[in-house]
Ligand binder design. Sequence first.
Ligand code: F6P
Length: 546
Amino acid sequence: MTTPVRAVPARIPALVRCDQTAAWQALRGHYEAHGRELDLREAFARDAQRAAALSFEAPEVFADLSKNLVDTATLHFLVEMARECGLEARRDAMFAGEPINATEGRAVLHTALRAPRGATPFDRFADEVNGVLDAMLAYAEQVRDASHSGIHDVVNIGIGGSDLGPQMVVGALDAYAAPGLSMHFVSNVDGHDLTRVLMRVNARETLFIVASKTFTTQETMANAEAARAWFLAQGGSDVAKHFVATTTNVEAAARFGITTTFGFWDWVGGRYSLWSAIGLPIAIAIGAANFRALLAGAHSMDRHFAEAPLERNLPVLLGLIDLWYRNFHGFSSRSVAPYHQGLARLPAYLQQLEMESNGKRVDLAGQTLPFATSPVVWGEPGTNGQHAYFQMLHQGSDVIPVEFIAVRAPSHDLADSHRKLLANCLAQSQALMQGKRADEARQERTPTAAVDFDRDALARHRSFPGNRPSTTLLLEALTPVSLGALIALYEHRVFTSGTLWGINSFDQWGVELGKALAGQLLPRLATGDVQGLDGSTAQLLARLRR
Ligand code: F6P
């Protein structure tokens, strides 16, 4: 039994940009008076309730925000700002299918892909969405049964949103993978990428999924054509059986010679498309029931985003803190550290989700923004990152908020390893916050190699500034349901900051110029014509042709 997701607004509501609100001014004053100097160690010492007051529950995710440079007053002003900007009306307009992607004249309805039948306001899409979903899942189950399908390798050919989401989810849920079936992902137009996979597979036992929303993307088309040529050269004859397409451009797929196609709609953005037919590799890897569980997890977060008061709305709070760090503290990047090896590709996935969505510098009215937008998002799984760039997080000159993701129950039997993993995760956020004063470092035994080094200078090398902020997200276990909820949490967080910044988070014009120039340079690489090129490009092109 489902209850309605929320009232449907009749039109797209006007947006007020964050810097034009009274709350923005209040936040400026709050930052100068308290925010800039907030000391986390003192804040915890002063307030025994801080952890509880700044921790929040959303479906499948517990979030401890208390190690962030915020207090309840900061969150109050930020929430006020979200209200003044009209975040709630904008969110409702998205759920209602209003064309909020104004620069492309499109609705933004990835949430409709994971809504159960009967969940308003998505009912008008239920037939088409469920028609494709049912067909895709039935097909996935057939492929999954290797004893009948004869398929042992599945190669997804796609890039950007047609690669990162499926690849990340398949990796994260490998505990649910069908035995005897190997999943491969080819994205780069660099021939190394496809070649490394083709070397390992057998044409008769391989299914190629050509995944492309537009079915025009240069990299994907080049790889698909090369894969088909390889398949025929290997004696493969049944292209229709060994190639399927997931696309909104069914005609182009047919022209390619693909007869089995699972479609979707222009209201599904590429980086929001893993819930659509683009999720076919996920469905093949984890099966139909688990794919539906992934959708259900995402839907539970959709409902939380749609219904929870802003004060307890986790995607909203995370998006607001992102804005607080970017526009008030001036932090230009955020590091994501999933303490789960399965989430190794999550940072790469989030790079597209966040930076392609919010890496914009004009607002919806085309005005140049007087403030910064998307931070750089980057990271590696813990504990690996600790042995690479965490040095800089602890002692470098920039403050970089870190997001730790921990999973309580492992999906393996190595309990001792898991305890060590969790201890490291807790220790890192503790160390970032606590730091170590030079006088504390001075008390420590000096390593033998440094006996001649001035003790005070050495103590300064060995001290940590501390007060470095972090968020910790906890999942009970990494399951299709919890992963679905986690991804939707990130989607709505990006929506929140993008909305307050007044930008369109759903277009990506910034990728077009490079594509056009590559198209012009391609024939020049063959002919060597450098006429009219700048000196650098002409020189590099000439050297590459040698
Ligand atoms: O990089 C630009 C982009 O359009 C992304 O937004 C998209 O996910 C990717 O290319 C792939 O596009 P398509 O699915 O149409 O091949």
